[in-house]
Design a binder for this molecule. Structure first.
Ligand code: DON
Length: 311
């Protein structure tokens, strides 16, 4: 596979890069608007650590919604399935990732899943730690472990930029407090601070691919042999990636690519081929549903060529 990938990936990247013209770089977080429209990079890493990188794979970007998969795993490790599912549901919404709609319309006002913003904020409130700084530190430590020990850090300019403009997320969080999804003891601003920080953890494609590899192998880092997350929790996270990972385009992506993936508004996509590869992509121009246009196209081409679909 890697020989074929080395031969074909440059051509596929070139084809997919053209799709950046059909997207727009996210601007609602002002710092993100600085990303160049036509960047496209991809790293695919295999179980022995072999990897192929094509395009601008050194380009640094913040994880944004991709981080939600990993905070979900940490919340499971902190509270078990019952504790997490007391706060969030298991279903896709069909609404935008930052929608408030169903929080009011559908009893009991619990976010439908942990990958929409409301659900991820609820999950962040579950992360253990005495102070927001300790919570962020635990999250960062876990992300670093999952990346095989990379020196990851929060891009504080991005976190601050998000916090300064996060009127929608603030409303969602206060709404959750009113619905008692965020408990009495929870300080809404502190939860938001941790949420903005984990969304702003900066990675490049090889680091993202390495994190994906751990999910591809059921929570075991195949390179070190260490179990980082119980298999059951990874199974749940991958189910969410298939049903909600690409937001309202998750159905189309399941049909066209058929592998678990999670996107972020910085243009990152983490994807995986179960039992085999971890994939990290960046392509900052987003389509109408919030996913990298070039990145999605690239994954669809690759999945078709290598017959990766799980279905
Ligand atoms: O909360 C937000 O809006 C961002 N920090 C993350 C959103 C995101 O990445 C949605 N993904 N496509």
């Amino acid at each position: 596979m890697f020989d074929q990938l080395r031969a074909q990936l440059p051509g596929w990247v070139q084809d997919s890069r053209a799709l950046a013209n059909q997207g727009k770089v996210a601007a609602y977080i002002p710092e993100l608007a600085k990303a160049p429209q036509h960047v496209l990079g991809i790293t695919v890493t295999g179980r022995g650590g072999e990897s192929v990188s094509v395009g601008e794979t050194d380009f640094k970007f913040t994880m944004q919604s991709i981080s939600k998969v990993f905070t979900l795993l940490l919340a499971f490790m902190d509270h078990g399935e019952e504790g997490v599912f007391a706060k969030v549901g298991m279903e896709p919404t069909g609404d935008d990732f930052n929608s408030m709609l169903k929080l009011e319309l559908v009893e009991p006002g619990k976010p439908f899943n942990p990958l929409i913003n409301a659900g991820a904020i609820a999950v962040t409130s579950l992360i253990k730690g005495d102070t927001p700084a300790i919570k962020t530190e635990r999250i960062l430590r876990f992300f670093k472990e999952a990346s095989g020990g990379a020196n990851l850090a929060v891009n504080s300019a991005v976190a601050k930029s998000e916090s300064a403009t996060a009127h929608r997320n603030r409303s969602l969080a206060y709404f959750l407090k009113d619905n008692e999804v965020l408990g009495e003891e929870v300080d809404v601003e502190e939860v938001l601070q941790v949420y903005f920080d984990h969304c702003a953890v900066e990675v490049d494609c090889p680091q993202l691919a390495r994190m994906a590899l751990v999910l591809a192998h059921g929570g075991v880092d195949p390179i070190t042999g260490r179990e980082l997350v119980p298999r059951r929790y990874v199974q749940i996270a991958k189910s969410f990636m298939v049903t909600c990972g690409m937001y309202n385009a998750s159905g189309e992506f399941a049909i066209k690519a058929g592998i678990p993936a999670k996107s972020g508004v910085s243009g990152g996509i983490l994807a995986l081929v179960p039992g085999q590869y971890g994939i990290g992509i960046v392509g900052p121009a987003l389509g109408a549903k919030g996913n990298s246009t070039a990145g999605v196209h690239l994954l669809e081409q690759m999945s078709t060529a290598f017959d990766w679909s799980l279905f």
